[in-house]
Design a binder for this molecule. Structure first.
Ligand code: DSN
Length: 426
């Protein structure tokens, strides 16, 4: 078979784009070459519906081993009792939890998407807002912090069956204990979606949700720096006290309901090539190198936030505890859309983002979201954050000057040569 140079040439161009640019999308990262090799391996050929030791196909003796390794390692990473490593994505992980514990029409309470939440936390355009009855809490207008008083008020009024915490554009830590207290009061389960800060939680740099949240979901490709995918975790498996039943009407251990919700509930064959890559990434997270990486993410984010603030940028909540910051550009008279598009021309990649109480549409937005996991993987330290912010500031302050932007693009290319990416790949 002839090599498909059309596709491989495009992939090569994408490799060069990744090498030459400054990647600041908070949800992206550069996974290790061995993770990429496992994803591109012959394991993609295998069907393995079911779970290790209980599959619906023959020939699963080797994928059983890689999947079990992934399960054991991620349980060790988070010191938790249950892990399902089959979700194809974070959205699938969240869908499975909702399927496992809710009936259609039940009430859920999540952080509003426009305040930093996620589509799968009840957005009306997502299954979570179509199949269930969504209610929302927000952030405080003055402080930018989660409005826990509002969360409690809505929980007491609506009595949701599930409270969801976690966000995709929130730069502060969470008070899981306070959320669990009101959940117990109204008889709700709590799910923490830690897709964004998982790598920092894994290393104890942010509060752990496991003591207080019944379910913890995550993606595996953001701060966990693994392959694109999802996981479901539980600190402690439990005989659920809320009377959730299996299809035969028996109250089952939650782990059983959760496994059933992924397969056969919402997925078919697991992606065993991705699961092997997850096993490798989870092994990497257990190393001291990853501990240093996670600490550097936090140090870099704080240095970057300080540098933005010193140049008059308005950071929601004034700073960051984790790997990202949300910047309101209204005082600079620039929309998020214009900022994203112009920074792209200088090979600085980030995303436009609604800010709390935004007066612009989600297609335009007043803000940008900036994250440091990817540039930290490239090897940047806190002293380099000033250089990155300087590039961004020069673009934004000369937003209609093509020559100045082109000069920044050249400098960005030169700068990134110091941080080789996948030198083994030609
Ligand atoms: N799309 C992801 C993000 O960028 O945060 C969330 O799913």
């Amino acid at each position: 078979m002839q090599r498909d140079s059309l596709v491989f040439d495009i992939i090569h161009k994408e490799l060069e784009r990744q090498r030459n640019g400054i990647e600041l999308i908070a949800s992206e990262n550069f996974t290790s070459l061995q993770v990429i090799q496992a994803m591109g391996s012959i394991l993609t050929n295998k069907y393995a519906e079911g779970y290790p030791g209980r599959r619906y196909y023959g020939g699963c003796e080797f994928v059983d081993q890689t999947e079990q390794l992934a399960i054991d390692r991620i349980k060790e990473v988070f010191n938790c009792e249950y892990a399902n490593v089959q979700p194809h994505s974070g959205a699938q992980a969240n869908a499975a939890v909702l399927l496992a514990v809710l009936k259609a029409g039940d009430k859920i309470l999540g952080l509003d998407l426009s305040m930093g939440g996620h589509l799968t936390h009840g957005s009306p355009v997502n299954f979570s807002g179509k199949l269930y009855q969504p209610h929302f809490y927000g952030v405080d207008k003055e402080t930018g912090l989660v409005n826990y008083a509002q969360l409690e008020e809505v929980a007491r009024k609506e009595k949701p069956q599930l409270i969801i915490c976690g966000a995709s554009a929130y730069s502060r830590d969470w008070d899981y204990k306070r959320i669990r207290a009101v959940a117990d009061e109204v008889g709700a389960f709590v799910m923490a979606d830690i897709a964004h800060p998982a790598g920092l939680i894994a290393k104890g740099l942010l509060s752990s949700p496991f003591e207080y949240c019944h379910f913890v979901t995550s993606t595996t490709h953001k701060t966990l720096r693994g392959p694109r995918g999802g996981i479901i975790l539980m600190g402690k498996d439990f005989e659920n006290p809320f009377g959730v039943k299996d299809p035969k009407g028996n109250i089952r251990m939650m782990s059983h309901l959760m496994d059933m919700a992924i397969f056969p509930g919402i997925q078919g064959g697991p992606l065993e090539h991705v699961i092997a890559a997850k096993a490798i990434a989870f092994g990497e997270i257990l190393t001291e190198d990853f501990t240093a990486y996670a600490k550097q993410i936090q140090t870099n984010a704080q240095a970057m936030a300080k540098s933005f603030v010193s140049r008059g940028y308005n950071l929601i909540s004034g700073g960051t505890d984790n790997h990202l910051m949300l910047i309101d550009l209204r005082n600079k008279n620039i929309t998020g859309k214009k900022a994203q598009e112009t920074l792209d021309k200088a090979h600085i990649t980030l995303n436009k983002n609604s800010v709390p109480f935004d007066d612009k549409s989600p297609f335009v937005t007043s803000g940008i979201r900036v994250g440091v996991p990817a540039i930290t993987t490239r090897g940047m330290k806190e002293k380099n954050m000033e250089t990155v912010v300087n590039f961004i500031d020069r673009v934004l302050m000369n937003i209609d000057d093509a020559n100045k932007i082109s000069k920044v693009a050249d400098e960005v290319h030169q700068f990134m040569k110091q941080y080789p990416l996948y030198p083994e790949l030609k």
